[in-house]
Design a protein around this ligand. Structure first.
Ligand code: AMP
Ligand code: GLY
Length: 431
């Protein structure tokens, strides 16, 4: 089986990642109609926004049937962890409509840190040593912390909106945090806590498309998680990204492929876990050796905003391979150019921030691609509607050139409280 020649696509999500997907899908000559649920002010340029929450499966089903949707592409993890793929697969009316995204079992690789660690151990995927503890095992948790060296890494087992990982330099503090987490600091998500060995090195993200048997490695990226210049301050969803990553050379990527990607895809297959979608592998490059920090079961945000602009092959063709087990017959083409994205956020983010600020300068011609994230429309105006507002991507012959182009574009955009990191990519320039 394969997708029809001309495809009606429903894309779920509303962030910068989904804007990049919508932009890329709209370029496919296999596209008939694109709908984005719920989308943002920017996705309207590529398709029709539909006001349905991506976790409202019954409404999605209705929409899919009423609009002859041939393909559902899931952007964020939430609908996957809640089982959207199984919802489709088990309903006779929609079971033949492919969903890009893993089964609920596969989504546990992101939904539970403990599950991901056990999976990695079972399949020999290199990762930090760890143990996990529940509230009843607090004393054992303290004892385990005492066997480790600082810094101490504590992770809430479940989804905690990117806030569930704490890295502490002091043992007493680590014990106190462990206690608070087990007592519900992150709600049910921290009812179990994974404590793991601290890995030093430099991080990068590798993206894999898989149909459950075959895989393709997409361009890698590095993201900038902290709010402040020089990687300081609080963690965010991501303040910028760069692709390719200079230190992820051929030798490193070959290690990633043989030690991590192959055993991961083989492991899914051996365990009979249905997985037609993307695997995002968060890696630490520890002295040239890749170690897995985490799996995500979707593409990254803002990494997608640099990965897709470098993909020169057709994305619906890639989805076709992912959906129908024919990825081995697909080729993906990547431009050697460098992509840099710089995220502009609302003042105060990742803490409290105001919404509803009018954004100006969006119509100024630019060489960059201005992907919208937290934006909405109010009458004829575009206003801020989230923490991360825009993701401004540029292609160039070097990181410096691409980054400069994005900064120039941002220079022409205004909204009250706008903030961005002016050092995206700087650490990589001398590498
Ligand atoms: P995660 O949500 O698992 O990606 O963790 C968030 C961030 O915490 C990662 O991007 C790393 O920067 C950091 N981190 C997680 N685990 C470790 C570890 N074992 N050693 C060092 N840093 C880590
Ligand atoms: N940029 C990190 C993420 O998407 O989880």
């Amino acid at each position: 089986m394969k997708l029809p020649k001309s495809v009606n696509v429903l894309l779920l999500g509303s962030g910068g990642r989904e804007s990049a997907f919508a932009w890329k899908i709209a370029q496919s000559n296999r596209l008939a109609n694109l709908f984005i649920s719920p989308g943002n002010a920017g996705t309207r340029a590529f398709g029709t926004n539909v006001d349905i929450n991506p976790t409202n499966f019954a409404s999605i089903k209705q929409f899919v049937l009423a609009n002859n949707i041939n393909l559902v592409v899931v952007g964020p993890e939430d609908p996957l962890v809640k089982g959207i793929s199984d919802y489709f697969a088990s309903d006779p009316e929609i079971r033949l409509i492919p969903v890009i995204g893993p089964s609920q079992e596969g989504a546990r690789l992101e939904g539970s840190k403990e599950y991901a660690k056990v999976f990695m151990m079972r399949h020999g995927v290199p990762t930090a040593a760890y143990r996990s503890f529940t509230k009843k095992e607090l004393e054992a948790g303290y004892a385990f912390l005492e066997t480790l060296q600082a810094p101490y890494v504590l992770k809430a087992d479940g989804l905690a909106a990117g806030k569930g990982v704490l890295i502490l330099s002091d043992l007493t503090e680590a014990k106190e945090e462990l206690k608070q987490m087990l007592e519900g600091k992150f709600g049910a998500a921290s009812g179990r806590v994974v404590i793991e060995e601290y890995l030093s090195g430099i991080e990068c993200s590798v993206f894999v498309a898989t149909d459950g048997k075959n895989y393709k490695i997409l361009p890698e990226a590095k993201d900038y998680k902290r709010i402040g210049v020089g990687d300081s301050g609080l963690n965010t969803g991501g303040m910028g990204a760069v692709s390719p990553v200079p230190f992820a050379d051929e030798a490193f990527m070959e290690k990633v492929r043989t030690r991590i990607v192959e055993p991961t895809v083989e492991g899914l297959k051996k365990e009979g876990i249905r997985y037609n979608g993307f695997i995002f592998i968060g890696l630490m490059n520890s002295g040239g050796e890749p170690l897995v920090i985490e799996y995500n079961v979707r593409m990254g945000d803002p990494e997608t905003e640099v990965v897709l602009p470098r993909l020169s092959s057709d994305i619906i063709d890639l989805f076709d391979g992912i959906a129908y087990g024919t990825l081995d017959k697909k080729t993906i083409a990547v431009t050697p150019q460098t992509a840099v994205t710089v995220v502009t956020v609302s003042g105060g983010y990742p803490g409290d921030y105001e919404k509803g600020k009018v954004i100006s300068g969006l119509d100024t011609p630019t060489e960059s691609i201005v992907f919208h994230a937290g934006t909405a429309t109010k009458g004829k105006e575009v206003i801020t509607a989230g923490g991360r507002v825009l993701s401004v991507t540029s292609l160039g012959d070097s990181i410096a050139q691409a980054a400069e182009q994005s900064f120039q574009t941002i220079d022409g955009i205004r909204y009250e409280g706008m903030y961005f990191r002016n050092d995206i990519g700087k650490d990589l320039i001398s590498m």
